[in-house]
Ligand binder design. Structure first.
Ligand code: NMX
Ligand code: MLT
Length: 432
């Protein structure tokens, strides 16, 4: 058995028996009460799911297995120039709860390179779509098309014991994650570069090779990809893409079908599509103001106009966070270090000064601060990746790491079909 799978199997076996004992002794302990506001309000804050790979604190932001983003940047093995963390290491950490060594991360890199062959029919499926199909639609189609190779589906069909579900789920996860950069780069090159595809370079790490296949070989862009693919990987279990992957997976749909479903959730403008919406909104603002360097007063007026027209300010607000998103701050740090003085970055920072007090003044917005999507577009534009309808695919490649590691845990811990209770308004009225 491979070393990661072996470690995962040992950890999962131990945790499964611990949970069994806990449930036996404390199964009826109360952890939450549900209010009417929560029932009608998108289930905000209701504790109803276990997600081992990360946990979100409203003020501190995300911690992956207890590690904050600055700690990950310090402690995870890095790319060849030793600057930014390799997402392979975060995947290891999320899956088995230990910071990996350089050798272990190198092992993941080589495993993924060896599993990265994309089936020919996936390219054919993509080529059959109109070239102006939204990149996220192409992405979900491509992921679903690879389901024909699911180990889990094959073994289930043969008749597999419940105790072994985790094993083919792990195999599917490793194969799928390995292939995503090739699939995502293929979508980018067919949509925006006349199908002029770039062959993979398997000597590079997962992010470096992805950057290479996108057509961006600079060391700094590779570093941006390492950071980007690390910080977007997971945001506990309740966010829409994670929760969708979890829900679909709970029916024993395999990793391909589950991730494809999760990516459909990520494609919504209140979720992952917001990064495209942010840069679109900024470009529209610059065009309408006729300047690349707007003043704070000009930005404030544009923000007020956007709100007056009944639209949200993309990249601001959050269902859980109540402080600036540490993923925004990590990207700001990257910009300060690598590309200080960039015009669009300067605009993003001015917006950061201008928007929170305006949103606060509305009196209803629970979090006036920027989220992850407020910064990412400006960094990508700097390196020439200006085709913003593509941005959510990058988010999706990264998000796959967390939601698929979590799917492995769900199958290993024997989690059941998810099926919460719904009620009608008639029923609610009768209780009051
Ligand atoms: N601009 C204008 N109004 C906002 C914003 C915003 N950025 N954020 C929240 N509000 C409004 C919200 O629409 C709601 O209005 P109403 O009562 O009229 O329906 C009110 O404030 C209360 O909403 P909250 O409870 O603060 O936020 P909620 O938890 O419902 O939604 C978001 C969270 C993220 C959906 C919301 O803040 C939003 O729409 N933000 C803009 C889109 C965005 O950036 N999404 C990306 C999230 C991160 N990600 O990558 O997934
Ligand atoms: C995410 O990364 O999934 C978003 O910040 C949304 C969320 O956590 O609800």
């Amino acid at each position: 058995m491979d070393p990661l799978k072996q470690k995962f199997s040992e950890k999962a076996t131990a945790l499964r028996s611990e949970i069994k004992a806990m449930l036996k002794e404390h199964g009826d302990k109360r952890f939450d009460e549900v209010t009417l506001k929560q029932i009608y309000g998108g289930a905000r804050g209701i504790k109803s799911m276990v997600w081992e790979t990360s946990q979100l604190d409203a003020l501190e932001g995300i911690r992956f297995r207890g590690y904050s983003i600055p700690q990950l940047r310090e402690q995870l093995p890095k790319g060849p120039d030793g600057k930014e963390p390799r997402p392979e290491g975060l995947f290891w950490l999320m899956l088995v709860g230990e910071v990996p060594t350089d050798e272990e991360v190198q092992w993941v890199t080589e495993q993924w390179a060896s599993r990265s062959e994309v089936p020919e029919h996936t390219f054919k499926a993509l080529d059959a779509l109109p070239v102006d199909t939204h990149p996220m639609t192409q992405f979900t189609v491509a992921i679903a098309s690879m389901q024909s190779e699911s180990e889990f589906a094959r073994r289930y069909d043969e008749g597999i014991s419940k105790n072994d579900y985790w094993d083919p789920t792990y195999e599917d996860t490793m194969n799928l994650v390995a292939r995503l950069p090739r699939v995502a780069a293929y979508i980018y090159r067919r949509t925006f570069h006349n199908g002029d595809h770039i062959a993979p370079d398997k000597s590079l790490d997962w992010s470096g090779n992805f950057a290479h296949m996108l057509g961006k070989d600079s060391a700094d862009f590779q570093n941006l990809m390492r950071l980007y693919l690390t910080i977007h990987a997971d945001h506990e279990g309740g966010n829409a893409s994670a929760h969708t992957t979890h829900l679909v997976g709970s029916t024993l749909s395999d990793a391909y079908l589950s991730l494809s479903a999760g990516m459909n959730a990520l494609a919504g403008p209140l979720h992952g599509l917001a990064n495209q919406e942010v840069i679109k909104w900024i470009f529209n603002m610059l065009e309408s103001l006729g300047t690349q360097r707007p003043t704070k007063e000009q930005i404030a007026k544009y923000v007020e106009d956007t709100l007056a027209s009944g639209q949200v300010i993309p990249g601001y607000g959050h269902a859980v966070l109540r402080k600036p998103d540490p993923r925004f701050m990590a990207q700001k740090r990257f910009a300060e270090e690598y590309i200080k003085g960039d015009d669009v970055v300067e605009v993003v920072w001015k917006i950061f000064d201008v928007v929170p007090p305006i949103l606060q003044s509305l009196g209803k917005v629970k979090n006036p601060w920027p989220n992850v999507d407020a910064h990412s577009g400006a960094l990508l534009v700097h390196y020439g990746l200006k085709e913003y309808s593509y941005y959510t695919v990058l988010f999706g490649v990264s998000r796959a790491l967390g939601v698929l590691a979590a799917l492995c845990w769900s199958r290993a811990l024997g989690f059941p079909l998810e099926r919460p209770k719904s009620v009608t308004t008639e029923w609610v009225k009768a209780q009051l």
